[in-house]
Design a binder for this molecule. Structure first.
Ligand code: GMT
Length: 379
């Protein structure tokens, strides 16, 4: 099949999932065309089935806000027509689904019928999308898509709850490439950070409010008094400066390191003992799945789709959002030397259930179904 993939190319779960999906589809023999405004962060793999088309957004003094959606629709029109695509798969509703709708209408006038699948990732529904500035367009473009998927059952329910959706939604969870995400031997790195054999706690995110990084810091501050440990904070974003101040105020800077944005996240996870994700809302929690794949148990909140990933008392523990003391109690239990190895083994076993080899066929089957349905509708 020839598939066009549209996504945000920079750091962020939706772009990572879209790019990894495209790479896996290309390896499986499909022809994949990425249509994005810059080269996707994880597009570090090339084979004869992968193509990348940059969306050109010309500047003009009149444009206070460059009309990205129009440029994106035009790029979709060009690529679908010139490459003879069978399907457009857009990730994150805003504005990709409405741009795809416009491209589809333009192509129909040229006698080209292109089905569109929209994958909803989380904040496009739970946060930004339901704002009245976007809601009518999001509702319309979800309803007009030929196929819609969400990354968890929780997000599917949220979509029906927040929008007037009149169509079926398929759940296809996030997945993991276990060839890349696995526990590597990095003893020298562990020794450099934890010279006295302390336990290593990791949090990775885009440092937005929804991630509740204050809770990461507060959990760690209490935990280090029970179990000698160090904290690595990976990523960057609007909350970082405030969180650095909080660590300074709590006199923790000797036990905490801010690593900033990092590509080789699997190397850090390979030396970690515990991963923290206390998010306010999380449609799936891809970063937690990456940790599990590197044999790192997880302490998460029970928000959104996290209960579909984290198995209570097996891969880690869940607590109510903001329940710092409960998280500390569970973290200390996991880190106890008599429990840690079992949790590490369970973490890997749980990650294997989301192996790309298991999830890719679900996307392929859904693609076939949507393309067949739309051919039948066009007759
Ligand atoms: O986590 C983020 O804030 C980034 C965001 C995105 O859309 O780029 O991630 C969302 O999509 C991921 C991939 O499907 C999910 O694993 C994350 O849980 C989800 N984030 C939230 O719902 C907050």
């Amino acid at each position: 099949m020839k598939i066009g993939i549209v996504c945000y190319p920079t750091f962020g779960g939706s772009g990572v999932v879209a790019t990894e999906l495209g790479k896996a589809l290309a390896k499986a023999g499909h022809q994949v065309h990425f249509i994005t405004y810059s080269q996707p962060q994880r597009l570090d793999f090339f084979n004869e089935n992968l193509y990348y088309h940059e969306v050109n957004i010309p500047a003009y003094p009149l444009f206070q806000y460059p009309p990205y959606e129009s440029a994106l629709s035009s790029a979709m029109v060009h690529v679908v027509a010139s490459a003879g695509l069978d399907l457009l798969h857009v990730h994150y509703a805003i504005p990709h689904a409405s741009s795809a709708y416009l491209a589809k209408q333009i192509l129909a006038q040229q006698g080209i019928h292109i089905p569109v699948i929209t994958t909803l990732h989380g904040t496009d529904i739970t946060l930004v999308g339901k704002d009245e500035s976007y809601e009518p367009v999001v509702t319309f473009s979800i309803n007009q898509s030929d196929g819609v998927t969400t990354v968890s059952d929780s997000l599917r329910k949220d979509t029906y709850a927040h929008f007037n959706i009149t169509r079926d939604i398929e759940v296809i969870p996030n997945f993991i490439d276990l060839e890349r995400f696995n526990r590597q031997k990095k003893d020298h790195f562990k020794l450099a950070i934890c010279p006295n054999n302390e336990k290593l706690i990791v949090h990775t995110s885009n440092f937005r409010k929804v991630k509740r990084i204050d809770d990461v810091v507060l959990v760690f501050d209490k935990l280090r008094k029970i179990t000698p440990s160090k904290l690595l904070l990976v990523g960057d974003g609007p909350e970082r400066a405030r969180i650095e101040r909080l660590c300074k105020d709590l006199d923790m800077l000797s036990d905490v390191r801010f690593l900033g944005k990092l590509d080789a996240i699997e190397e850090v996870l390979s030396v970690a003992d515990l991963f923290l994700m206390p998010s306010e809302s999380e449609s799936f929690g891809l970063a937690a799945l990456e940790a599990l794949a590197c044999e790192v148990p997880i302490i998460t909140s029970n928000a959104g789709g996290l209960p579909e990933l984290n198995v209570q008392g097996y891969s880690g523990f869940m607590s109510n959002v903001g329940d710092v003391d409960d998280m500390v109690r569970h973290a200390a239990y996991i880190l106890d030397d008599s429990n840690l190895q079992t949790f590490k083994e369970n973490a890997l076993a749980r990650a294997k259930e989301f192996d790309v080899a298991k999830i890719l066929p679900q996307y392929e089957a859904y693609y076939e179904k949507v393309v067949e349905n739309s051919k039948a509708m066009a007759l």
